[in-house]
Design a protein around this ligand. Structure first.
Ligand code: RAM
Length: 545
């Protein structure tokens, strides 16, 4: 009897551990992967930046968001002047920087006998300094906005702001001082940080000026976002998102070549995958690496695989791929949960179980996009498997790709050569782009589709630079090279003409005030996914240079 109990106990124990193993498919690697991520955490370089000068805000309806700045003189001009009289000053650091601000004080009269109180506001674009933040109508935390009230108890020593800041401009407003002494501010400094070490190659001498300018602004954007992970935006959200990582890493691979940063991010995401082995759309580094729990994006999970494939092509790093290939395989299984016998993804089901991101565009119907992106991810993962001789582990994939491509044609309206999405048969850029990137159409057919799309007035347009990247890629893949260059110059060149030092998270040429968060100052104006002209210009010099 006793023995029977023992046996039953052992069996139960096996069952228990068995179910744990089944649930947590990557359990034993997670710690190792997080250790690797830590090992490749870069040292940030530090560069001390002096302000370029003092400026004032000028209202100008032709300027981006209605505001520009006018130069008033060198920063030294305020180092001699009574701040009790000046009261407010705007400093221009001359470029977008990410890092830490500090300043000092000089006593002009008397002895400091009481504390000083200031409000410091940092801005990526001029309108951020001109738009009142309160009452705050935005959908994201009010605290992302970079205004800080500081009390200086010792006006004889340097003051350092603890919060990491991102921007080009800074407004200093005096909120409180003593009448028994006077002072000037001095030694305004910005210690800029980045993990970029290498200087990218210069473009061909013969490249158009606008291309050179776009490349430069793209490089600045990327450099600013490359911190201890690829951040989405150094002002906001300051963290790793897979969609941003993918685009940053391919731009990095043709410019700064900081492959270890890509490797770190891949290991971090793998190490923080959930108990099913699914990667989270976004993760945090501090105080300990952790995911945003419950934040699963269907498209981003699959783009993990594409990032890994691009990483391998850039580095030939077999060790990393052999360790992370199981994670990629696991992401592909997501597709199996939704693909139906006719090769079409069950959109309603996927949409109810995942955040299907694709673009910041409320009215976009995403069924065709999900279909195209899934095929794209399957194809790219299979290519990766071929590169590392592991196709036998993805035996079913070629057949699945075929079935899904066949199924996709059910969404194709042959009369107008366009894919339709949803019961309203919505026609969007996103649908055509993802079907083309998925390789559903031949090159010739893709051209027909894109030409038809470009002539459609009511097609749902890309919502921002993220979708615009895939649009340019679809044009490139379809052999529409002059159009690819034209649209790139038009779109990103449009931001340059509006004064961008770094490319923006959101850009609609017809609406400077567009914001997915209901308040445009909280948009990020140095945003990872907008840096990709760097990739196009350098990856395809024959088209863009
Ligand atoms: C925003 C961020 C980020 C993006 C996600 C989906 O919060 O700007 O770049 O990847 O959305």
């Amino acid at each position: 009897m006793k023995n029977q109990f023992k046996l039953a106990g052992i069996a139960l124990l096996f069952l228990f551990y068995g179910s744990l193993f089944a649930q947590d498919v990557v359990k034993y690697n997670r710690e190792i992967w997080l250790k690797k991520a830590e090992e490749f955490k870069p040292e940030l370089s530090k560069d001390v930046i002096q302000p370029k000068g003092i400026v004032e805000l000028v209202e100008d309806e032709r300027a981006f968001q209605g505001w520009t700045v006018k130069e008033l003189g060198a920063v030294e001009s305020i180092y001699e002047r009574s701040f009790n009289e000046l009261k407010t000053v705007i400093v221009d650091f001359g470029n977008h920087y990410t890092g830490y601000f500090s300043m000092n004080f000089r006593t002009l009269r008397g002895t400091p006998d009481g504390p000083l109180r200031f409000k410091l506001t940092f801005a990526e674009v001029p309108a951020e300094l001109a738009t009142p933040f309160d009452p705050y109508p935005g959908a994201l935390s009010r605290a992302w906005l970079q205004d800080e009230i500081i009390t200086v108890t010792d006006a004889l020593s340097e003051v350092k702001l603890e919060r990491r800041i991102s921007g080009r401009y800074m407004k200093i407003e005096l909120l409180g001082s003593s009448r028994y002494f006077d002072f000037a501010v001095s030694d305004l400094k910005f210690t800029a940080v980045t993990s970029v070490k290498e200087k990218p190659e210069t473009l061909a001498e013969s490249a158009d000026d606008i291309i050179k300018k776009i490349d430069q602004v793209g490089l600045n954007t990327l450099k600013e976002c490359m911190q201890t992970v690829y951040e989405d935006g150094p002002k906001r959200d300051q963290r790793l998102w897979i969609g941003d990582l993918y685009l940053e890493s391919i731009a990095n691979a043709v410019s700064y070549n900081n492959h270890d940063l890509t490797k770190r991010c891949l290991y971090l995401l793998a190490g923080l995958s959930d108990e099913r082995g699914v990667v989270h759309g976004t993760v945090f580094e501090a105080p300990e690496p952790h995911p945003q729990s419950g934040q699963f994006l269907y498209d981003y999970a699959l783009l993990f695989n594409v990032t890994l494939k691009e990483y391998f092509e850039a580095t030939n790093d077999k060790e990393t791929v052999s360790e992370l290939f199981p994670v990629a395989k696991r992401q592909l299984e997501i597709i199996n949960d939704y693909v139906q016998p006719d090769g079409i993804i069950d959109f309603e089901k996927a949409n109810s179980e995942w955040w299907l991101f694709f673009d910041w565009k409320n009215d976009l119907h995403k069924a065709a996009s999900v279909q195209g992106l899934s095929i794209f991810a399957l194809s790219e993962t299979y290519k990766l498997a071929e590169l590392v001789d592991r196709e036998d582990e993805l035996k079913d994939v070629p057949e699945l790709i075929k079935r899904m491509k066949r199924g996709s044609m059910k969404l194709y309206n042959k009369k107008i050569n366009l894919f339709e999405s949803g019961s309203d048969q919505q026609i969007s850029y996103a649908s055509q782009i993802w079907m083309i990137l998925g390789g559903v159409l031949s090159k010739k057919e893709s051209q027909k589709t894109l030409n038809s799309l470009l002539s459609m007035e009511n097609a749902v347009q890309p919502g921002g630079p993220y979708m615009y990247h895939y649009f340019i890629q679809a044009l490139v893949n379809s052999g529409m090279h002059s159009e690819a260059k034209e649209y790139l110059v038009d779109y990103w060149g449009g931001m340059v003409k509006k004064g961008a030092d770094t490319f923006w998270e959101v850009y609609d040429p017809d609406n400077d005030y567009l914001s997915p968060y209901n308040f445009y100052p909280v948009n990020s104006y140095c945003h990872a996914w907008s840096c990709t002209p760097v990739y196009f210009i350098r990856k395809y010099p024959e088209i863009f240079q």
